[in-house]
Design a protein around this ligand. Structure first.
Ligand code: SF4
Ligand code: SF4
Length: 155
């Protein structure tokens, strides 16, 4: 099996359909526009042919997450909180500049969360966070079920 498969970013796709013609397995030709991973052999033909840069090749197995010291994670978390605060402040101000600041702070906060290891569902930080939330929410049946479900899915 190939080590990677193709994914299509629907927002970038200009629907010119070149990928439908070059794909040797028909993986790109689906009703819902999502490339069929089970058919993809990772040949990269669609990725090279797409004029809109809408197709990316994604590895089946991601590299092991780089270890981060606790103090680095704390710094990233503090920075992320400050970006969230700035996003909230900007969201209360009218005008295009404020909207741009709001959006840019949101993107930076998301990057920081990812860097701290919380956006990769398989990351140790995420599993640790979910286990902590589980302990804190033992009496809330709804949340407890949802967290347990997430933990099962990640494993
Ligand atoms: S070649 Fe690219 S732009 Fe064209 S349909 Fe395929 S993904 Fe969309
Ligand atoms: S990588 Fe190859 S097999 Fe996979 S969807 Fe693209 S063209 Fe088809």
């Amino acid at each position: 099996m190939s080590k990677k498969y193709a994914v299509r970013n629907i927002r970038l796709c200009t629907k010119d359909c070149i990928c439908l013609y070059v794909c040797p397995t028909g993986a790109t030709d689906t009703e819902d526009s999502i490339i069929d991973v089970s058919k993809c052999i990772g040949c990269e033909d669609c990725f090279k042919a797409c004029p809109s840069g809408a197709i990316s090749m994604v590895p089946h197995v991601y590299p092991v997450q780089q270890e981060k010291e606790d103090y680095v994670i704390n710094v990233l978390n503090n920075l992320m909180r400050s970006k969230s605060k700035q996003e909230n402040i900007a969201s209360g101000i009218d005008g295009r500049l404020a909207k741009a600041i709001e959006k840019s702070n949101r993107i930076m906060a998301e990057d920081l969360i990812r860097e701290a290891g919380f956006l990769l569902p398989q990351s140790e930080n995420t599993i640790k966070l979910l286990n902590e939330l589980l302990k804190e929410n033992k009496s809330n049946d709804y949340l407890k079920d949802k967290i347990e479900e997430l933990l099962k899915l990640i494993k």
